[in-house]
Design a protein around this ligand. Structure first.
Ligand SMILES: *Cc1c(COP(=O)(O)O)cnc(C)c1O
Length: 371
């Protein structure tokens, strides 16, 4: 059993993807070829945003969004410590300071109720992460941002395709930033990412920053990066898009099925709020004695992963940003989360095997505590 099954997806799409790749090899425009614009138009339409700017990775998407905001040294960006390092890393690289706010215990997303008390005159932006594929509480976050004149960048690396109050992840704030890392809900065959915005001025800034700050050929009007997404990788995503709607349905079906099958076991599942869905970039549960459970699952050929074993404020590179005692829910989650095999092509038989193994290892829930 694979943790993320990309082989079945490739088998289903082989002819389309190969034809798409062959077309790029034939026209030879490897950088900024026609597939780049074609993908940007399709993704803008899918998300319902005015602008899509493809970039070299999800990490680059975060950096370019922050650079487009013209942050000054000492500026602060509020974010969560319970995320992949890139989120806080890019805030620091952009010259600002991450301010960590704790998460909600049941969704693992930033706790919007804790944000406003951390806003200072130096705060410029809020960067929530839509972790595991469920959008953070964007309505509350946008309201705080509006009251204080802040930008909001959604780190949507794990949530592409997710719905929040009927609208798509990436279309909910100043910028949405996603990743096409192969194992993300919509992946390419290497590195890739995209930025989304409705703001014409910020879209122009992001497009320029992507190509070394050029507003014209060899006219560098601002500081930028080499942040383009390859034509070949755009072609791969274009080859996958026709199946993506079906894949989202499968993800929802398999996510609900995991939750139902796990109901009587002694593990906790993630809460999905009623006004949104989850695309399950990771199907993550909460367990006690995690490493024993992981080992026992591995012995039965079931791969698992931990997203993430340490919150960023407990990492050597970021620990100086705040006290290790802060953000206690992030610390607790980091000790208990466990991600199970998940992808649109996960076979239901394999899913049942995972649940049966968990039931035999972790046991069943005492009757009186069944919700
Ligand atoms: C994957 C991921 C990123 C980085 O995306 P890359 O394409 O790998 O650079 C950033 N933030 C989160 C939350 C992620 O899961």
């Amino acid at each position: 059993m694979q943790f993320t099954d990309l082989k079945t997806q490739y088998a289903a799409l082989r002819d389309d993807i190969q034809a798409r790749i062959q077309r790029v090899l034939d026209h030879g425009q490897y950088i900024m070829g026609p597939e780049v614009q074609e993908l940007e138009a399709q993704l803008a339409a899918f998300t319902g945003t005015r602008h899509c700017i493809t970039v070299a990775s999800g990490t680059e998407a975060l950096l370019i969004a922050l650079m487009a905001l013209d942050l000054k040294p000492g500026d602060e960006v509020i974010t969560t410590p319970f995320t992949f390092a890139a989120t806080a890393e890019m805030i620091l690289l952009a010259g600002a300071r991450p301010v960590f706010v704790d998460i909600e215990a049941d969704t693992c997303n930033i706790d919007a109720r804790l944000i406003e008390s951390r806003v200072t005159p130096r705060t410029r932006a809020i960067m929530p992460v839509s972790l595991y594929g469920q959008v953070a509480d964007m309505q509350a976050i946008n309201a705080i941002a509006a009251r204080h004149g802040l930008a909001v960048i959604e780190d949507a690396a794990q949530s592409f395709g997710a719905l929040y109050q009927g609208r798509r992840s990436c279309a909910l704030s100043t910028f949405g930033a996603t990743s096409f890392f192969p194992s993300k809900p919509l992946g390419c065959y290497g590195d890739g990412g995209a930025l989304f915005t409705d703001d014409d001025r910020l879209a122009t800034a992001a497009r320029e920053i992507r190509v070394h700050g050029q507003s014209g050929r060899y006219l560098h009007t601002r500081l930028g990066v080499g942040g383009r997404m390859d034509t070949l990788q755009c072609a791969v995503v274009l080859g996958k898009l026709p199946r993506f709607g079906w894949e989202l349905q499968r993800r929802h079906h398999l996510g609900e099925r995991y939750r139902r099958l796990l109901q009587d076991t002694a593990v906790d599942v993630l809460t999905v709020r009623p006004d949104r869905d989850c695309v399950w970039a990771q199907f993550t549960i909460f367990v006690d004695q995690r490493s024993a459970i992981q080992d026992a699952l591995q012995a039965q050929g079931i791969p698992t992963a931990v997203h993430y074993p340490r919150p960023l404020h407990h990492q050597p590179a970021y620990g100086a940003l705040c006290s290790p005692e802060s953000c206690p829910e992030s610390v607790k989650a980091a000790a208990r989360v466990l991600s199970l095999p998940m992808s649109a092509d996960l076979a239901e038989g394999d899913q049942e095997r995972v649940v049966a193994a968990i039931r035999s290892i972790a046991g069943v829930r005492p009757r009186d505590s069944v919700a």
